[in-house]
Design a protein around this ligand. Structure first.
Ligand SMILES: [Zn+2]
Length: 83
């Protein structure tokens, strides 16, 4: 296993189109959206409309390239600061 300290990631590069501009990339992750149940009416499950609660699961976190529209995983040794 590589030591991140010995081999820091200093640049991101889209493996699909070669884009290296970080302002043309973004991070995507799964988000859980919560809806309350209003019950079953005539055999149909009725849900509340829009709700604002939910949470980031941190699942499937990945980079997305705005140049080519494709996703790619974080480089293995990339260190991330969630401020
Ligand atoms: Zn790309």
């Amino acid at each position: 296993m590589a030591n991140p300290e010995a081999n820091p990631v200093t640049e991101l590069k889209c493996p699909h189109c070669g884009n290296t501009k970080h302002e043309r990339m973004e991070v995507l992750e799964e988000y859980t959206h919560i809806r309350e149940l209003n019950g079953i009416v005539d055999g149909v499950l009725v849900l509340e409309g829009e709700t604002s609660t939910g949470w980031d699961s941190g699942e499937n976190e990945r980079l997305s390239c705005k140049e080519c529209g494709r996703d790619f995983p974080f480089p293995k040794d990339l260190r991330v600061d969630y401020t």
